[in-house]
Structures are given as C-alpha cells and as structure tokens.
Write a protein that binds this ligand. Structure first.
Ligand code: AP5
Length: 209
C-alpha cells in the first residue's frame, strides 16, 4: 500500500497518517519531519532548508527529491508507506514517477482557510515522540506534556501567523496543481477534513478498500 497525502498545511495530514500507519503497519514518510531532523542536526542540507522553512516557502526540489529517494530505499518501506508532504510540486511528482515507485491512492484532504489557521496556530508537537496535539481541539491531559511519552510539547517555528499565511499562498500556487495531475491518473480521492478525527479516519480507510 503506497499512498500520498496531499492537502494544505494544517489540514490534518500528519494526524491521520499516524492513525493509518498504526492500523496498516506501514511507514509514514514526512518530508517536513525529515527536513526538521536535518535542521536539528545542523547538517549542510538542514542549514539550507531552514531559511526556506522559517518563512513558509518550499525547500528546493533537488534537496527534497534527494532526501525522499534516500528514505524510500530503506527496507522498512517494503510493506508500504504514506508520503506525507511529498510531492509538493509537479517536478517532485514527475521525479517520483521516474523513480518507478507505484502509487496506489492519493488522498486529498480539504478544509476551510479559517479551520486551517485555527488548527495551525494551536498545534503543539512532542519533542520526543512527535505526537501531535492542539491546545483546544486535541489538548494533552497536562499542559505542554505529551500524553504518550511524557515529553515536552513545542510550537513549530513556522506555525506563526506570517509563516502560516505564506504557506497557504505557496500551497495554492505550487502544490494545488498536483490535484489535477493525480486526477488525470485516476488516483485522487477527496477527504473532507472539516469533520471530527474519527470520521476522517473512517472515511480515509473506506477510500483505501
Ligand atoms: P510539513 O511539515 O509537511 O508541513 P505542512 O504540509 O505545512 O503540514 P503540517 O505538518 O503543517 O500540517 P498537517 O496537515 O500534517 O496537520 P496536522 O496533522 O499537524 O512542511 C513544513 C515545511 O517543510 C514546508 O513549509 C517546506 O518549507 C518544507 N517541506 C516539507 N516537504 C517539502 C517538500 N516536499 N518540498 C519542499 N519543501 C518541503 O494537524 C494540524 C493541527 O490540527 C494539529 O494541532 C492537530 O491536532 C489538529 N487537527 C488535525 N485534525 C483535526 C481535526 N479533524 N479536528 C480538530 N483538530 C485537528
């Protein structure tokens, strides 16, 4: 089962990906997470990527394609994977096609702009295990403490309002054209991400059966 999750920033791709991964025992590959790890480690790639990420711009195609190809070649991807946040541009989608990777389904998550801004501005993530919370929608039992591992929760640098606004503009311009790209291949299923998590999860599973 090889899947792509597409949709605007903050629509809930990462949250649903973690639920699907648990159910189907496949891996989640988030290029955002891979890039944030490179930034944290202070690698050359991380230093280059940080500038783009903090502003909410896309990192250049060559850097991200290289990173993704390296990750997808690892043995844990053999049973299937969710590409969460990749491809983000037509050249990235073409590079994926050229690499010979077969994609079964592309889930296209949709939500209103106001919902997205509310979700991103209240998001908190565990520093240790990466679990995703929201200060009001999905609050942790203890403020700023992860329910799953007790790790400290933090707010992403690009979850500030200026970067959020830019990310939405960038999405419309550079990523939304992918919807037609995969529609033409007959692979897209639209998922209404305005709903409660349980329903989005069930609809996503339904789309895969
Ligand atoms: P990336 O990390 O991919 O961020 P993104 O696409 O902007 O997506 P997010 O992680 O912000 O949102 P999400 O849809 O996963 O939402 P989540 O589940 O967390 O990319 C970051 C940056 O890296 C990019 O800007 C770019 O610079 C770079 N980058 C990454 N990939 C790249 C690529 N391929 N090419 C070039 N550059 C790349 O949910 C959001 C919040 O809502 C959470 O708080 C959650 O608890 C809450 N929530 C979720 N669902 C619900 C619900 N149904 N009801 C209520 N609350 C909900």
């Amino acid at each position: 089962m090889n899947l792509i999750f597409v949709g605007p920033p903050g629509v809930g791709k990462g949250t649903i990906a973690k639920m699907i991964v648990e159910k189907f025992k496949i891996v989640q590959i988030s290029t955002g997470d891979l890039l944030r790890a490179a930034v944290k480690e202070g690698t050359g790639l991380g230093k280059k990527a940080k500038e783009y990420m903090d502003k909410g711009d896309l990192v250049t195609d060559d850097l991200v394609i290289g990173l993704l190809k390296e990750r997808i070649a690892k043995p844990d991807c053999e049973n299937g994977f969710i590409l969460d946040g990749f491809p983000r541009t037509i050249p990235q989608a073409e590079a994926l096609d050229e690499s010979g990777v077969e994609i079964d389904t592309v889930l296209n998550f949709t939500a209103l702009k106001e919902t997205i801004i509310q979700r991103l501005s209240g998001r908190r993530i565990c520093k240790k295990c990466g679990a995703i919370f929201h200060i009001t929608n999905i609050p942790p039992k203890i403020e700023d403490v992860c329910d799953k591992c007790g790790g400290e929760l933090y707010q992403r640098d690009d979850d500030k309002i200026e970067a959020i606004v830019n990310r939405l503009i960038v999405y419309k311009k550079q990523t939304a054209p992918l919807i037609d790209y995969y529609k033409n291949k007959g692979k897209i299923v639209d998922i209404n991400a305005e709903l409660p998590l349980k329903e989005i999860f069930e609809n996503s599973i339904g789309a895969l059966e």
